[in-house]
Design a protein around this ligand. Structure first.
Ligand SMILES: Nc1ncnc2c1ncn2[C@@H]1O[C@H](COP(=O)(O)OP(=O)(O)OP(=O)(O)O)[C@@H](O)[C@H]1O
Ligand SMILES: [Mg+2]
Length: 387
């Protein structure tokens, strides 16, 4: 049983706030994927948790015990880096053995020439060999144990790095973009392997990636970090269907969500083009709001029909689906629709068409990015009128 928590972690570099109070909790055996744009502070956070860097403030707990003051070696946290950081002069087997040797052998037992004459050294070394063998077998790299990193492929090196991290039964597992050096096919394969390994080891894991499909497909929960703030931590489905913040909605989803600037009148009407949503309730303060709707909930209509008049700019064929880029005639805004190849038959660039949006899937965001309450909004949208 193992769990860890971060409470209000802050960090600045030369006066620039990089982490602005990050809190999260990972339950026993939970896999949390952290996504966010480049430079948002993901690696900084992992380094702090691992003890390779120090937070300005905040607490890190493993199984309830505060570890912020402990050096990296005493935290029992394993970390895999994007670069794998294998020792180039050691074989795969020796690389995997390093953390066990550091933990189980004393300083004099580790000395190259005289270590083997120290009492107990042989027995401990034999035991380490057994653990290395077992780990290598479980990751199917036993045939590589005598090779040095320079004699292995990227995928093989990545597995050796995973083996080295897992071999000492860490309490927490941290991974910083461990697949980014692999080609596309190998990445998808390696995703499955990591998820599998994680399930067997049952160790809470914080996995950093900037690849949202990796995060959504692998994790129990996804943490979206933007500009040093953890904006949302929720299941992949909730992150996608129910973003708390406009930045989460914007970052997650391929193709991107449609975001359309709009206004709310004094009587509660939210308008967009000739799309009007009437609101009885007065829950929205600032009149400026943004409508969000994912491309799969935008429906194409014949010219002159639907809530919005648009023109097709171009079509992007992706095999099983087609992305239609349309430009709204009134304000020149681009709206994306995701449709099936069958629906796309006969469509061509330049063609004028109408658009509708599925009202139960339209989201509303306030000027500061917060998601506005869904309940009144849904009620509002049901009364959608075509102007
Ligand atoms: N030691 C340091 N000194 C000064 N600035 C730093 C240091 N380490 C990181 N930074 C800055 O902190 C910010 C966050 O960096 P970090 O490496 O955590 O980003 P990231 O989210 O991991 O990005 P990426 O997806 O590109 O890996 C960046 O602006 C970076 O330049
Ligand atoms: Mg990074």
């Amino acid at each position: 049983m193992s769990m860890f928590s971060l409470r209000d972690i802050t960090k600045s570099f030369s006066g620039n706030a990089i982490l602005k109070g990050v809190s999260l909790e990972a339950g026993d055996g939970e896999f949390i994927a952290m996504v966010g744009p480049s430079g948002c502070g993901k690696s900084t956070l992992l380094r702090i948790v691992a003890g390779l860097d120090h937070a300005d403030a905040g607490a890190i707990r493993i199984n309830g015990a505060e570890v912020s003051h402990l050096p990296a070696a005493d935290r029992n946290i394993a970390m895999v880096f994007q670069s794998y950081a294998l020792y180039p002069h050691l074989t795969a087997g020796q690389n995997i053995a390093v953390p066990l040797a550091m933990r189980n052998l004393s300083g004099s037992q580790r000395l190259p020439l005289i270590g083997r004459f120290m009492p107990g050294q042989r027995r401990i070394c034999a035991d380490i060999q057994r653990q290395v063998q077992a780990m290598a077998a479980s990751l199917k790299i036993d045939h590589l144990l005598d090779r040095k990193p320079g004699q292995m492929s990227g995928g093989q090196r990545q597995r050796v790095a995973l083996a080295r991290a897992m071999v000492r039964n860490p309490s927490v597992f941290l991974m910083d973009e461990p697949l980014s050096n692999l080609d596309a096919n190998l990445r998808v394969h390696a995703r499955g392997e990591i998820v599998d390994l994680h399930r067997r080891a049952g160790v809470p894991t914080l996995y950093v990636t900037h690849d949202q499909s990796e995060a959504l497909s692998m994790a129990d929960r996804v943490a979206v970090m933007i500009g040093g703030n953890l904006l949302q931590l929720a299941s992949p489905q909730a992150i996608y269907d129910d973003p708390d913040h406009i930045e989460v909605a914007r970052f997650v989803g391929q193709p991107r969500i449609n975001l359309l600037a709009s206004q709310r009148d004094a009587d509660g009407t939210v308008s967009f083009g000739n799309l009007r949503l009437t609101s009885a309730s007065d829950t929205i303060g600032d009149p400026r709001v943004t409508l969000g709707v994912r491309p799969e909930f935008v429906r194409l209509r014949a010219e002159g029909e639907g809530a919005l008049a648009t023109r097709i700019e171009r079509l992007e064929f992706l095999g099983s689906e087609v992305i239609v880029f349309t430009k709204l005639s009134a304000i020149g805004e681009t709206v994306l629709a995701k449709i099936s190849p069958a629906e796309a038959r006969g469509l061509a660039a330049g063609q004028p068409i109408g658009l509708d949006m599925d009202p139960s899937h339209v989201m509303l965001f306030a000027e500061d990015g917060r998601r506005l309450a869904a309940a009144p909004l849904k009620a509002v949208l049901r009364e959608m009128v075509h102007g």
